[in-house]
Design a protein around this ligand. Structure first.
Ligand SMILES: Cc1cc2nc3c(=O)[nH]c(=O)nc-3n(C[C@H](O)[C@H](O)[C@H](O)COP(=O)(O)OP(=O)(O)OC[C@H]3O[C@@H](n4cnc5c(N)ncnc54)[C@H](O)[C@@H]3O)c2cc1C
Length: 429
């Protein structure tokens, strides 16, 4: 479809085509809205994976997209935490099994670029969703509509902008939504690893004084049946030194750090170094704009919460807007958007602060902090109901889940059976 000389009209403009933006666009299109999603689809490998937990899997299954990823993911049946901080107080190792809460697995781990590429392919085949692989040059918020001018000069008008344009979110800035930003003295090194010993679907976290060093099971490929992804938080100085190492030297340091748990390590493809920061938007909504994903919240990759939280944003936004439309209300009105803000605030607050506390408890070597962390882990290892409550909270959350995440039979992906709204175009050439 060529839109080179047209203005595009849709119900919703999704800014950003990362995992959060594409997922929001699919959920909104499936809810029957006409959606234009604008963003560059970045499918470069950078050694990053995402562990998608039960609620996120339900979301993708309900949208019918999950079969697309069959054979590309690895289950997380167990999570083991090993203390390697050298704390003066003995901190027990803890193991969580998905079977204890009646699940075959907590979730599935998938390479970021494989997820984004697959979502983009599905988005491109979805009837009332137009994926424009470019950038938004400017966005403005009128009384009744949002107007975006794309980098190539095309214009998009919509009743609402869902801003999923990442941590710097130009749309959020333009809407005048401020943020609270903070940093951590940590860099995350990410890589995909191959190794001789099987991971047995266990994710293992070594808790060190610079943060966790986490191995997450990854699907094997031809000639490399045993693979894992690595997220290793380290000090900026250690990251600087390791950047200069060869792959074999780096592989040896990883093997030493994880006590040769998986045998001889080989680094499989490009890795990445990511400075760790936190960010929380002061508001999740503004005039005709709702924030989704990292445009709204950022925290370090502990306990694999980031994208899972973003998918709950997407699913909740789809619920709120569908409810507003059913009542005949304006989907971009203050009242509608306030409902979204209220639905998402506490989940985002709890995850952002929970991860912050956990991370800082590792970085601190104060005895009382070590004591509390050790006592907490001891309680989780010894008290079954507490352990199960924590596991459920990690994968399903305590609040009411958005409709697309509630337990129900999965539907099959049929792009042509999606919503009936259509994207309007008017010539201006
Ligand atoms: C090391 C690491 C490991 C992680 N592991 C996990 C995990 O296991 N589980 C989990 O749930 N989460 C994990 N996360 C978090 C997760 O990766 C992120 O939350 C997620 O990738 C962010 O997606 P996003 O779409 O919100 O942002 P992004 O991926 O940053 O996408 C934003 C997009 O907006 C685009 N954009 C910006 N400006 C414009 C514009 N003007 N016009 C159009 N588009 C624009 C950008 O180009 C970009 O493509 C991890 C994070 C890190 C750093």
């Amino acid at each position: 479809m060529s839109l080179s000389t047209a203005d595009i009209h849709a119900d919703i403009l999704v800014a950003g085509a990362g995992a959060a933006g594409l997922s929001a666009a699919l959920a909104l299109a499936q809810a029957g809205f006409s959606v234009v999603c604008v963003g560059h689809v970045d499918t470069r490998a950078n050694g990053r994976t995402v562990a998608l937990f039960e609620a996120s899997l339900r979301f993708y299954k309900a949208l019918g997209v999950w079969p697309h990823f069959r054979g590309k993911t690895a289950p997380l049946a167990r999570i083991a935490m090993i203390d390697a901080t050298g704390a003066r107080f003995p901190v027990p190792s803890v193991s969580f099994a998905a079977a204890e809460i009646g699940l075959a697995a907590f979730g599935e781990n998938i390479e970021n670029n494989v997820l984004v590429e697959g979502l983009a392919e599905i988005a491109a085949a979805t009837k009332n969703l137009f994926l424009h692989e470019g950038m938004i040059g400017d966005i403005s918020f009128g009384v009744d509509a949002v107007l975006a001018t794309l980098a190539d000069g095309q214009r998009v008008t919509a009743k609402l902008a869902a801003a999923a344009d990442g941590r710097m979110s130009p749309a959020r800035t333009k809407a005048g939504i401020g943020t609270r930003v903070w940093t951590y003295p940590q860099i995350a090194f990410t890589a995909l690893l191959s190794h001789p010993k099987p991971h047995r679907n266990i994710s293992t976290e070594f808790h060190t004084r610079s943060g966790p060093c986490t191995l997450v099971p990854l699907r094997g490929v031809e000639n490399k049946p045993n693979r894992s992804s690595l997220v290793w938080l380290m000090s900026p100085e250690a990251a600087e030194r390791r950047r200069a190492l060869s792959n074999s030297e780096l592989a040896q340091e990883i093997e030493d750090q994880i006590d040769s748990l998986l045998g001889k390590i080989e680094i499989d493809g490009p890795g990445g170094f990511f400075p760790m920061a936190g960010m929380s938007a002061n508001r999740l909504v503004g005039h005709r704009i709702a924030l989704v994903g990292e445009a709204a919240h950022i925290f370090p990759p502990l306990a694999a919460q980031g994208l899972n939280l973003s998918l709950r944003d997407s699913a909740a936004l789809a619920d709120v807007l569908a409810d507003a439309r059913a009542l005949g209300a304006d989907i971009g009105s203050v009242r509608t958007l306030k409902t979204y803000e209220i639905a998402r605030r506490s989940d985002i607050f709890i995850r952002t602060n929970g991860v912050d506390i956990l991370n800082r408890s590792l970085l601190s070597n104060l005895f009382p902090v070590d004591f509390l962390r050790g006592a907490g882990l001891f309680a989780f290892s010894a008290i079954g109901p507490l352990r199960r409550a924590l596991m459920r909270e990690g994968v399903l959350t305590h609040g009411t889940l958005p409709r697309l995440m509630q337990k129900r039979p999965a539907r099959r992906f049929t792009p042509s059976s999606r919503g009936t709204a259509s994207i309007g175009m008017s010539g201006r050439g």
